[in-house]
Design a protein around this ligand. Structure first.
Ligand SMILES: [Zn+2]
Length: 216
């Protein structure tokens, strides 16, 4: 990875953090609950009826949980889970469940990520790969950005020979509204290093993620 990409990544993280911090200081939970109440009224509902009394609070809590990735950082998340290791073989963690929210409609994006890298002297705890996916998924996203953020994060922390990320996801904003295409899946890829230059490695990865694990 070039130095400028790494700087850009750091700058983008800083910006997201400072945005989250300023929003947090200006808008209280009560302001947010009031906003949900306004939405309910706008939708023609009575926010004081029994079933809806607790809804503004629940919606705010749910949204805060679904966007809790803004309050996490790669640094804190990794917490010494990077180890020196001489292996040069591809590591693949596939079928990592992803639950994200689209930034255009704040509706769910549900899918899976398949993340691979080829070490270059450093390896990462496998569970941390899933945690990195989760951190970026718990933000308002578009699938393309989510995919490249996962790849760039691994590139940044491991400086591996290559990284490959494929995300397959279905978007509730497409399934439930608008074009109403249930069953439609979107696939996005982000390849770095060897995966962009070496066709054999890329093919090996694609073959591995297509192969159904026998314990399924
Ligand atoms: Zn959407």
């Amino acid at each position: 990875m070039t130095l400028s990409t790494s700087r850009e990544l750091a700058r983008a993280e800083e910006l997201e953090k400072s945005l989250a911090a300023t929003t947090e200081s200006r808008v209280t939970d009560e302001d947010m609950r009031q906003a949900v109440r306004t939405l309910l009224i706008g939708l023609g509902e009575d926010p004081d009826r029994e079933g809806l009394v607790g809804t503004p609070n629940r919606v705010v809590k749910a949204l805060q949980h679904l966007t809790s990735g803004y309050n996490q950082s790669l640094e804190k998340l990794l917490n010494k889970a990077i180890f020196h290791e001489d292996s040069n073989e591809m590591v693949l963690v596939r079928d990592i469940d992803l639950f994200s929210s689209c930034e255009h409609h704040i509706l769910p994006i549900i899918g899976r990520a398949h993340v691979a890298y080829i070490p270059n002297g450093k390896v990462i705890g496998l569970s941390k790969i899933a945690r990195i996916c989760e951190m970026y998924a718990r933000r308002l996203q578009v699938q393309e950005r989510l995919t490249s953020q996962i790849a760039d994060a691994l590139q940044e922390v491991l400086q591996p020979q290559g990284v490959a990320v494929v995300v397959e996801a279905t978007h509730m904003c497409m399934v439930m509204r608008g074009v109403q295409k249930p069953g439609s899946w979107t696939t996005t890829t982000a390849m770095r290093g060897e995966f962009t230059t070496n066709q054999d490695i890329r093919n090996e990865y694609m073959g591995m993620i297509r192969h159904q694990a026998s314990f399924h």
